[in-house]
Design a protein around this ligand. Structure first.
Ligand code: BGC
Length: 450
């Protein structure tokens, strides 16, 4: 949510920001030819991110070494906390304090929220030179633009509606097929429990609860229902029988989670699957980065399959970096080079091979990618054609930051408090939907419906 302070800040700095935006665009232009980005004219980039798990750190190391190979220096601005909520709070403090980093991992509608404050760099010159419009799926390019101008660079597409499984655990429990329905899932979970393992590895943090919840809504209700309920925040959908069924399934999943889950980090939960303590985890494919970092192979040690009922749909989550306006010329050039690098084929391949995601850039050779990534790439295209490609709400791709926080709180409360009834939960979801910001696309639809 944008605070009144941030609006005041924006107004105060609007004129200065315009001037700096132009300066920064010069830095971006200088780096397009790459001649000005040589070691002799190196600068520093400070980058805000929350990629601290094993797989995430390995992926980011690719970027750091590409920057330093070019002579620039990299300064980590790391804020721990999966899903990035902590990072966004700290970023606000830094920008309001007048010391914005060069770049920050910002996604979805919050890119628009930041751009509205006039603090982001216009990347149009580089985007035009490098033909980003031709290199990106429209659904992604649109999110990177503010009022038609590029202000952020996408590095990947994460699929969120995955179910990860430890092959040995499933084998020992006598689960012979990956579940494609919730009936099959609960039957498999019972077998895993009976064999002495934890059926579902889960980290009890609100964003992880919502990650599971949105996969359940998609599996139970399908893509059109998901869009009405969680993206358009339609009151009828939020209080429908389908939502009731989704909440029932979601609550039933909780009974297969161990009691040490509260507060557990997502990668610690993934590690339970890696180490064969648990059978399944519902998580986006950054989890694959952990399996790979632990030396495991898909199809051998672990499997990836669409969460039950979601094989024909795809919940997307795009990591992107927004560039903040900087004053120093050297810093602008280093920032320009970073933007150029992020969209490059070399970086998008190396990074995504480790991160678990697929390149955001189209027409990339997928030969070096594993079966999970190839499936993700194929399913992204198929879902896009079938209109079953949906934005992840848990990962900030759909609704305003404020609406997202309110929805997350309602879902987590239901997950954690066994006394909250399904009716109470639906009423809280409707209340949460009221936080959709006016002026935001989904918020507008909600306002019209009311
Ligand atoms: C981000 C991923 C990150 C994950 C865990 C997601 O919201 O998109 O890049 O690995 O959270 O922090």
């Amino acid at each position: 949510m944008l605070t009144a302070g941030m609006f005041a800040f924006a107004a105060m700095h609007a004129v200065d920001a315009m001037r700096r935006s132009m300066l920064t665009a010069r830095g971006v232009l200088a780096c397009m030819a790459l001649l000005a980005c040589t070691a002799g004219q190196a600068g520093e980039v400070e980058v805000l991110h929350y990629w601290t798990s094993g797989g995430e750190a390995k992926s980011l190391a690719e970027l750091k070494s590409m920057m330093t190979n070019r002579g620039h220096s990299w300064k980590d601005f790391t804020v721990t906390g999966g899903g990035g909520q902590n990072a966004m709070v700290v970023l606000k403090q830094r920008v309001l304090g007048g010391t914005a980093p060069a770049a920050a991992l910002i996604k979805g509608p919050s890119i628009q929220e930041w751009a509205n404050l006039n603090v982001l760099t216009n990347l149009d010159a580089m985007a035009a030179f490098e033909k980003w419009d031709n290199l990106l799926p429209k659904v992604i390019a649109d999110q990177m633009k503010h009022k038609g101008h590029y202000v952020a660079v996408p590095v990947n597409v994460h699929r969120v509606n995955w179910l990860w499984a430890n092959s040995a655990v499933l084998n020992k429990a006598g689960v012979t097929a990956l579940p494609t329905t919730y009936d099959a899932f609960f039957a498999a979970a019972d077998k895993i429990k009976a064999a002495g393992f934890i059926p579902i590895a889960h980290g009890g943090q609100d964003w992880q609860d919502f990650t599971v919840f949105e996969s359940v809504v998609l599996g139970v209700g399908g893509a059109a229902f998901y869009n009405s309920a969680l993206v358009q925040l339609d009151k009828r959908a939020l209080t429908s029988d389908t939502m009731r069924q989704s909440l029932d399934v979601f609550r039933r999943l909780k009974s297969y989670v161990d009691d040490k889950a509260p507060g557990r980090d997502w990668n610690v939960a993934t590690d339970m699957v890696i180490k064969g303590k648990a059978g399944f985890q519902f998580m986006g494919d950054w989890a694959k980065g952990e399996f790979l970092a632990a030396g495991q192979q898909p199809g051998v040690d672990f499997s990836c399959s669409a969460a039950p009922g979601t094989a024909n749909a795809y919940t997307f989550n795009v990591d992107s970096f927004a560039m903040f306006q900087l004053k120093a010329w050297e810093a602008q050039k280093a920032q320009g080079y970073l933007a150029y690098l992020l969209m490059g084929q070399d970086f998008q391949e190396k990074f995504n091979l480790r991160k678990g995601s697929i390149p955001a850039r189209l027409h990339m050779d997928m030969d070096k990618f594993d079966a999970c990534a190839k499936a993700s790439s194929k399913d992204f295209v198929a879902a896009s054609k079938a209109d079953t490609l949906v934005p992840s709400v848990a990962h900030g791709m759909a609704v305003s930051t404020a609406a997202q926080a309110a929805l997350r709180a309602a879902v987590s409360e239901f997950w954690n408090n066994g006394k909250t009834t399904v009716d109470d939960a639906m009423a809280k979801l409707v209340l949460a939907a009221g936080y959709a910001a006016p002026g935001h696309r989904q918020g507008d639809q909600v306002d019209k419906q009311r």
